[in-house]
Write a protein that binds this ligand. Structure first.
Ligand code: DC
Length: 223
């Protein structure tokens, strides 16, 4: 392979973006980047340091002290925040509850987008998120926009969270998803929106295997 390929996967929360992105990256031997993990790690830092989300000076200062790194093992997301592995903690509900507000902050987005663009400078990459095809890589080789029935999404996320959060209820997960969808689509900075040239993938009734085949068929012409 001598041409660099960028695959952008955007869509709503819990639509299976990362499952597809990982499988695609693995199959094609591309780098996989979970951009949501970066926003979650920033949200975790802000929570731990009690950063007031309205204090833009504090936010700018905090961003200078945040160093994120990915360590890809088996295409699973391993992210470190200032050297500490936080991959598990960023999936907890307390982070999920605050991350949309953090991801809506202009300074945070500018810094994350800069770092994400740097990751796609040399190697072929699959990146998933909310603004990958619109803001991070507007010239991506192939763009997908994923969606699925909100009830199905909540059930999938609930099953994922239950083992580590036994007290959680399906209603809570549904509410959290609805809230994040609302915040992600209505925020002023890079709201979640389908890029005009993104291929819609509604996976309500598709298995992960079927989604992978569909995505591969769209990327393979560029290999
Ligand atoms: O994909 P996720 O659920 O891990 O994303 C966590 C949050 O970060 C979610 O509220 C949306 C936000 N996000 C974003 O604004 N832009 C991205 N590129 C990725 C995630």
């Amino acid at each position: 392979m001598n041409n660099q390929i960028i695959v952008a996967i955007d869509g709503y929360s819990s639509c299976g973006k990362s499952t597809l992105a990982k499988a695609l990256a693995k199959k094609l031997h591309f780098i996989y980047v979970d951009s949501g993990a970066m926003y979650r790690a920033v949200a975790l830092y802000f929570l731990r340091h009690k950063i007031d989300l309205k204090d833009h000076d504090k936010i700018a200062e905090a961003l200078k002290n945040i160093h994120l790194n990915f360590h890809s093992r088996d295409y699973e997301t391993h992210i470190t925040l200032n050297g500490e592995e936080v991959s598990e903690e960023i999936r907890q509900m307390h982070v999920a509850e605050s991350v949309s507000a953090v991801a809506a902050i202009r300074e945070v987005r500018l810094e994350m987008v800069k770092q994400q663009q740097r990751m796609g400078q040399t190697k072929s990459i699959v990146m998933d998120g909310r603004d990958i095809g619109t803001a991070v890589f507007p010239d991506a080789t192939v763009k997908f926009f994923m969606t699925a029935d909100p009830k199905i999404r909540a059930e999938r996320r609930y099953k994922e969270l239950l083992p580590k959060n036994p007290q959680i209820t399906l209603e809570e997960v549904f509410e959290n998803l609805a809230h994040r969808d609302y915040q992600d689509t209505t925020r002023i900075e890079s709201p979640l929106v389908r890029a005009d040239d993104a291929i819609i993938l509604d996976n309500t009734d598709l298995t992960p295997g079927e989604q992978l085949l569909f995505a591969l068929s769209r990327v393979e012409p560029f290999l």
